[in-house]
Design a protein around this ligand. Structure first.
Ligand SMILES: *Cc1c(COP(=O)(O)O)cnc(C)c1O
Length: 217
């Protein structure tokens, strides 16, 4: 993952919490531009935002093998520079982001209103938040069965994510076990992701809604 930093506030509306943009809610904000995100590169990419320029300076040194001056390594860093090509793709894409988010919101709002199957638990959107519908997560009793049912209806769904962080092998040494994070475990066991992307047609969104409403456990 590479990092870039936009010095100017040219970012569009985006997701809000208490009227404030995500990325400005704490000391450091992180964004992924992985393909599939609301704003995506044609490969890997990401950004870090911070009010304090000292953090940005640190990120810039770390992402560039610990160099500030070429070939003089201040710290042990990483090779995480954003490729110029990805930067070019992202600067053009940024102009379309508001429109893409608006289309995602149109489809997401339709799902919110028209998926009425009691077997499908939808996400709540608290009044102090504005969502940009990155992924449309639902909870179902049996996600694998639901994915299969949807695939039989020619609709591809996914699971994000089947194993919560505290049960990943990578974090084994922290000593957590099943039962330690019940909410994360509940979601990992029951979440499924419906298709939602700006290029979806109204008809396609309608097919997803119909299939969801016909779903039986
Ligand atoms: C965002 C995302 C990734 C990559 O995230 P990074 O922070 O860029 O590593 C991978 N898979 C899925 C499904 C994602 O949504």
């Amino acid at each position: 993952m590479a990092f870039i930093w936009w010095k100017t506030a040219r970012s569009p509306r985006g997701a809000l919490y208490e009227g404030q943009k995500t990325g400005t809610l704490c000391d450091i904000g992180c964004f992924s531009f992985y393909p599939g995100k609301n704003l995506y590169a044609f490969g890997e990419g990401g950004a870090v935002s911070a009010k304090d320029p000292a953090y940005i300076d640190k990120v810039n040194v770390f992402k560039n093998q610990g160099n500030r001056v070429p070939y003089y390594h201040e710290v042990v860093g990483y090779n995480m520079r954003l490729e110029g090509l990805q930067g070019a793709v992202l600067s053009v894409s940024l102009k379309y982001l508001d429109g893409w988010n608006a289309r995602r919101t149109e489809i997401g709002t339709r799902y919110d209103e028209q998926i009425t199957n009691p077997l499908i638990i939808k996400q709540a959107h608290p009044a102090n938040t504005t969502t940009v519908y990155h992924m449309y997560e639902i909870q179902v009793p049996d996600p694998e069965g639901f994915l299969k049912y949807m695939a039989d209806n020619d609709i591809q769904c996914h699971r994000h994510y089947p194993v919560p962080c505290h049960l990943q092998k990578a974090y084994e040494d922290l000593g957590y076990g099943r039962g330690d994070c019940p909410n994360a475990e509940q979601l990992a066991a029951h979440c499924a992701t419906l298709p939602l992307f700006p290029e979806m047609t109204d008809e396609e969104a309608g097919l997803v809604i119909e299939a969801c409403n016909r779903y039986k456990a």
